[in-house]
Design a protein around this ligand. Structure first.
Ligand code: XIL
Length: 356
């Protein structure tokens, strides 16, 4: 093939970026996956940026880059059961089908959560019996619909308060900790192949009261004879004050000692705006520490970033003054953290580090 002077000048201006990236490296380092969560085109944070979809999709779908995905919203109660007994899988299917088409592992998220809950669940006057029925129907329909397609389900999300005690959600207020047992029991029955996870934020540091709470929760289920397979550390972290690699390792091992696997399920590292080089360096350090911890702990199966393109991140909306928490800037240049993780994975692979 003859390359025109125009093509040659383009190639010189944009040298081909090295292939075999995050997911390929993660697998070489012994993980099951490196993934990126994504949302339905045209909705929520994605809505204002249709012009970036083509470039975005090319990165998301690259099998070497991301080997796993999670719907950031589409499987939540608000969207799948907006009215009692009325189910709608349109948004969840968008991401489930994308996973299938691009051969990515699918993490499913989330069956029972106090937030983005359909309003009727909070306004109904429940008895323990009627709420039990509603939870059971929800899980049977949703986990049943996706049966066999989810590597893992976040069965219960964010059941703990900041002080490590149970969050006083409608589920807890009516049923106490029984709702946790119920949710895991029904999920296990409906989709026996899926790994059943408890997922939360602020459970990444070994000394945090929430970490202690998450361990108590796992033990409570186990003592009741209920299956739980994994703990998901959401890992919505801060560039300027993040856990050390040793801490992330200690926390992961603490969960693993209970006999469950772990994953970093919603990783992002927010920066207090404006962005500068120092903050991007701290951010890179943080992403690299997560990579180091997951590779060094055998029970850690993978890392998911909560989307990868800054404009699609939930952070600026929910934490005003913060942003740039992901791996690609708005102009599709990569953050230093991207190269930082590539370097970190490569060092660990070359050093043949043992996963223990
Ligand atoms: C976020 C989504 O990314 C946003 O689009 C949505 O508006 C709010 O929820 N913990 C979770 C995720 O478990 O489901 C949340 O996702 C982020 C915090």
């Amino acid at each position: 093939m003859r390359l025109s002077p125009f093509t040659l000048s383009l190639l010189a201006a944009f040298p081909l970026q090295t292939q075999a990236q995050l997911h390929a490296l993660a697998q070489k380092a012994g993980l099951l996956y490196f993934g990126a969560a994504t949302d339905t085109p045209g909705f929520r944070e994605r809505a204002p940026y249709p012009q970036s979809y083509a470039q975005y999709d090319a990165i998301l779908e690259d099998p070497e880059e991301f080997g796993q995905t999670t719907p950031t919203n589409g499987q939540k109660w608000l969207f799948v059961e907006p009215q009692p007994g009325l189910f709608n899988f349109t948004e969840g299917d968008y991401v489930a089908n994308l996973a299938n088409r691009t051969e990515k592992i699918l993490r499913c998220h989330a069956l029972v959560w106090h937030s983005q809950l359909a309003p009727w669940v909070e306004t109904t006057q429940w008895t323990p019996e009627t709420l039990t029925e509603a939870i059971e129907r929800h899980i049977r329909e949703v986990a049943g619909y996706y049966k066999g397609r989810c590597y893992a389900w976040d069965v219960v999300n964010e059941a703990l308060d900041e002080d490590g005690t149970y969050r006083k959600s409608v589920f807890y207020n009516v049923l106490g900790e029984e709702y946790l047992k119920l949710a895991f029991r029904v999920a296990a029955e409906v989709d026996p192949e899926a790994k059943l996870y408890y997922n939360d934020y602020g459970i990444e540091r070994p000394a945090s009261v929430k970490t202690a709470g998450a361990k108590r929760l796992v033990k409570m289920l186990q003592d009741a004879g209920v299956r739980i397979d994994g703990v998901g550390m959401q890992a919505h972290l801060h560039a300027d004050n993040h856990p050390s690699e040793e801490d992330l390792i200690a926390t992961s091992k603490g969960y693993a000692e209970l006999g469950v696997e772990v994953a970093f399920t919603e990783l992002d590292v927010r920066i207090k705006l404006p962005v500068d080089e120092q903050k991007l360096k701290w951010q890179s350090d943080c992403y690299e520490k997560v990579v180091g911890a997951c590779v060094r702990v055998k029970a850690c199966v993978g890392i998911t970033v909560w989307d990868f393109y800054d404009p699609f991140s939930w952070v600026p909306d929910v934490f005003p003054g913060n942003g740039a928490s992901l791996l690609w800037f708005e102009n599709f240049e990569k953050h230093p953290a991207y190269d930082g993780m590539v370097r970190k994975f490569s060092e660990l692979i070359e050093g043949n580090v043992t996963r223990e």
